[in-house]
Design a protein around this ligand. Structure first.
Ligand SMILES: [Zn+2]
Length: 88
């Protein structure tokens, strides 16, 4: 899994805001993100260890250790879900 930091997520956040990919909830900490330039769907899994965020995506960028916009889309959806849970 890739550790998500403010630095390594910056570009992906910008790209995610621009592309606004569709995100589908699969299960706890797992999301399916629709690619914006083809029909691929990437599964994103997320984790939190010792207060740090980690994530993994199925796409090639993620395999190379880069934070992709799919990962950000999944992480954003995850934070949103947790916020909803807290609001209950
Ligand atoms: Zn990806």
């Amino acid at each position: 899994m890739i550790r998500l930091t403010t630095e390594n997520t910056q570009n992906a956040i910008a790209k995610c805001k621009q592309l606004k990919p569709r995100v589908k909830f699969i299960k706890e900490r797992m999301f399916a993100v629709q690619s914006s330039n083809n029909s691929n769907v990437y599964h994103v899994s997320l984790d939190v260890k010792d207060g740090e965020r980690f994530g993994k995506c199925e796409c090639r960028a993620s395999e190379c250790g880069l934070v992709c916009y799919h990962l950000i889309a999944g992480a954003t959806a995850n934070i949103y879900r947790q916020t909803l849970k807290l609001a209950k």
